[in-house]
Design a protein around this ligand. Structure first.
Ligand code: C5P
Length: 273
């Protein structure tokens, strides 16, 4: 895989025209483009709202966007529902011939297997003739240990010493993420989304070839924005990430193409070292 192919650009924009612009500029310099819930919902609501209007501009722009993207799509729909519904949601998406889509590991083994089976089934109609990678979301990086206690996933820790408590929290969170990654692997999923901190244990304990997709990546020259536990692209790839999801450092850069090229160079350098 070329360094640029590891870059997945998060298209967190709310207009298809802006998304098309970014795709046209960046397509030669990155691997994939991520469409998330924000974008999908904004589009659907726009289309629904304009459904009775004679102008179909949004619809046309949206269709053009998919032509521009071709198969280089990460459909970040984070499916989680009963297995039958997740299978139903996975089928049309898999039939598009995209590269990857994701489901929550917390939806359970049966649900993950249902998504995988649906993707497999749609291979026959997919323009690529292949099924997309099915990727599991472990624990959302926006949740910390106290949230996991609140949810009943973790038990409250009665440890007084601050360092000891910090260490225990970190290792328990890591174990929880690792358990979910192993469950995803057993269900047959192709990989997981993992924060930079979780790359190493997953790489160590999951089988070779199990994909790790990592958001929260920030080059040293970019602002962290609201991302808290960040790693540089070079560090993340060195730690074992296969794909890096990067949004604002590229899409909000003065020159998005230069930003993508710099990131690809940094990935290439990390592979040399
Ligand atoms: O702009 P930025 O590089 O922070 O964008 C990161 C992308 O990855 C966003 O689309 C965000 O929703 C997504 N993401 C994340 N952290 C997760 C899961 C997804 O930042 N744990």
């Amino acid at each position: 895989m070329e360094p640029k192919d590891r870059i997945i650009v998060a298209l967190d924009v709310d207009r298809p025209e802006r998304a098309i612009e970014l795709v046209q500029q960046l397509a030669p310099h990155v691997g994939c483009f991520k469409l998330g819930l924000e974008f999908m919902n904004a589009m659907l609501v726009r289309l629904a709202t304009y459904a009775w209007e004679p102008s179909q501009n949004d619809l046309r722009a949206l269709q053009r966007l998919f032509v521009e993207l071709d198969d280089r799509i990460f459909w970040d729909g984070k499916f989680m529902d009963i297995p039958n519904t997740v299978a139903g949601a996975s089928k049309p998406v898999a039939g598009l011939g995209i590269r990857m889509f994701n489901v929550h590991c917390l939806g359970g083994s049966e649900m993950m297997k249902a998504a995988l089976a649906a993707a497999e089934e749609m291979k026959i109609i997919s323009p690529t003739g292949m099924r997309p990678l099915v990727i599991g979301v472990t624990i959302l990086t926006s949740l910390d240990f106290s949230d996991l206690v609140e949810l009943g996933i973790m038990k409250h820790l009665d440890i007084q010493d601050r360092d000891e408590l910090h260490q225990a929290i970190r290792s328990r969170t890591e174990t929880c993420v690792l358990n979910l990654a192993c469950l995803a692997q057993e269900a047959g999923l192709d990989g997981v989304i993992a924060s930079p901190q979780e790359i190493w244990p997953i790489r160590k304990f999951c089988q070779a070839g199990f994909k790790i997709v990592t958001p929260g990546v920030r080059p040293a020259w970019a602002e962290a924005n609201d991302q808290k536990r960040v790693m540089t692209p070079g560090e993340a790839v060195k730690a074992g990430a296969d794909y890096l999801v990067i949004g604002r450092p590229i899409t909000k850069a003065e020159n998005p193409v230069d930003a993508a090229k710099r990131i690809a160079d940094e990935i290439a350098d990390s592979k040399k070292g």
